[in-house]
Write a protein that binds this ligand. Structure first.
Ligand SMILES: NC(=O)c1ccc[n+]([C@@H]2O[C@H](COP(=O)([O-])OP(=O)(O)OC[C@H]3O[C@@H](n4cnc5c(N)ncnc54)[C@H](O)[C@@H]3O)[C@@H](O)[C@H]2O)c1
Length: 442
């Protein structure tokens, strides 16, 4: 099939590369000329495992191409995916400027009957607005579709290739059959394509992200309570996660959720509720809990340093909002670093993939270490923010001898509290039994 993907960010690039991999002719278009120039040379502007090989192979075999000429990409396509960004507007609603711009372009430049697919995360009613914009100039029939994307950064290729399900809101049999054909190679193991109306598909994406954010905030609040009552959130997590009605995913407490999706999608859904006069009080609480959680690591560090943050040198392990990505959008590390700098501390940070992205945001405000151990040299404390695999089993003796003071604030519960304390660390984590209780229990 002739496919155009407009917007070649995290989502558009993965969608384009995976659809080319199954034999389609795919053109990925973006207005960012430097991004397109890199991609043409098989240089991937983001860190995403498996993506580089896929892009290189499909570009070499001429099934995948990149262009800044959005009009040319649209002309000739049978299916057009809109995968541009939908950043939060000032009032929290999704900014649809890019989506509607692309709609206008499609109307002007389509040269045949097309299926137009909104892949970007967009509020209910957006496909209808795109339809209206396209109609103004369209000379051929077209069919709207909403096909929200559920990929996870860090596992995006796998998620697209083997989706749990494909959600497809469509308004015509033609759109349904074209999309079923396009997705058939990805659902061969029997994973469902769930057909529905367009509004329900648009709502499904927000409801999914809001539910996941809710689980995270819920567990972070339970973790805070565990600390007070002397319970261990890791045991509580296992205890509830094994209940088949609850399940084990997204129950890990941590430094708060971040990334390009949860914060903005929670806000946008709250905004939709407001517009329609509905109540979504649960999401107010989810968001407020997350704001509080993003300060937790700083508060714990301040307590461990007995208030002496000014002049302290702090090592930070992990900058990206989660492992296996270099995405720094709304990363909890940024809140921590901001608080540390405001309190007069200096920061040396390590991340296996996100140094370049962080440098773009923070420049020389902090120092960047080549290795996680380098970051510890002469530091008064270590704070772990992102659970990269390489931080899971470090050389504790080396850590202890590199740090000036053996303080570790573990925002991901990577280590055992009793073990760390027996090694001589002052150790705190999220929602686990504080040292005093461990001693009493022993
Ligand atoms: N990142 C994720 O994990 C993820 C997952 C699911 C859904 N989404 C949704 O997918 C959408 C895209 O997200 P992303 O993370 O890929 O964003 P991104 O910012 O990485 O990429 C968006 C791209 O669109 C391009 N663009 C903007 N206007 C354009 C135009 N008029 N024509 C052509 N290109 C244009 C930008 O230059 C940019 O490269 C958003 O709505 C997001 O909420 C993201």
């Amino acid at each position: 099939m002739q496919v155009a993907v407009i917007g070649t960010g995290y989502v558009g690039l993965v969608v384009g590369a995976c659809l080319a991999e199954t034999g389609n002719d795919v053109v990925c278009a973006d207005v960012d000329a430097s991004k397109i120039a890199s991609l043409r040379e098989n240089r991937i502007p983001i860190y995403e495992p498996g993506l580089e090989n896929l892009v290189e192979r499909n570009q070499t075999q001429r099934r995948l191409s990149f262009t800044t000429d959005v009009a040319a990409a649209i002309a000739g396509a049978e299916v057009i995916f809109i995968a541009v960004g939908t950043p939060p507007d000032e009032d929290g609603s999704a900014d649809l400027t890019h989506v509607l711009n692309v709609g206008g372009m499609i109307g002007r430049h389509m040269t045949r009957e097309v299926v137009i697919v909104t892949k970007s995360t967009v509020p209910v009613g957006t496909a209808a607005r795109v339809r209206a914009v396209v109609s103004r100039e369209a000379k051929y029939p077209f069919h709207m579709c909403s096909n929200p994307e559920f990929l996870k950064e860090g596992a995006a290729v796998d998620d697209f290739m083997k989706p749990d399900r494909v959600v497809l809101g469509a308004e015509s049999d033609h759109a349904r059959s074209v999309m079923a054909e396009l997705y058939a190679p990805f659902v061969r193991t029997g994973r469902p394509i769930i057909f529905m109306d367009i509004s329900s598909a648009e709502m499904t994406k927000y409801a999914a992200n809001a539910m996941l954010a809710t689980r995270i905030s819920f567990m972070n609040e339970i973790a805070a309570l565990c600390e007070r009552v002397g319970a261990d959130v890791d045991l509580v997590r296992k205890g509830i996660g094994s209940d088949s009605r609850i399940g084990p995913s997204f129950l890990f407490p941590g430094p708060g959720y971040g990334g390009s999706c949860f914060p903005k999608d929670v806000k946008a859904l709250m905004r939709t509720a407001q517009e329609y006069g509905a109540t979504l009080g649960v999401l107010d609480a989810v968001e407020q809990a997350n704001v509080r959680q993003k300060h937790r690591l700083f508060e714990k560090l301040e307590a461990a340093l007995e208030g002496n943050v000014r002049g302290a040198r702090i090592a930070v392990w992990g900058l990206a909002f989660k492992p296996n990505t270099d995405d720094m959008r709304e990363a909890p590390s940024l809140s921590l670093i901001e608080s540390l700098l405001a309190a007069g501390a200096s920061v040396t940070a390590h991340d296996p993939a996100a140094i370049e992205e962080t440098r773009r945001k923070l420049g020389d405000l902090i120092r960047y270490a080549e290795s996680n151990y380098d970051a510890l040299e002469g530091a008064d404390a270590l704070v772990i923010v992102t659970d990269w695999n390489e931080y899971r089993h470090p050389d504790f003796n080396r850590m202890k001898s590199s740090l000036r003071r053996p303080i570790v604030i573990d925002g991901r519960n990577l280590y055992s509290g009793p073990r760390m304390r027996s090694l001589g660390f002052v150790y705190d984590s999220i929602g686990r039994v504080p040292a005093m209780v461990e001693m009493v229990k022993a």
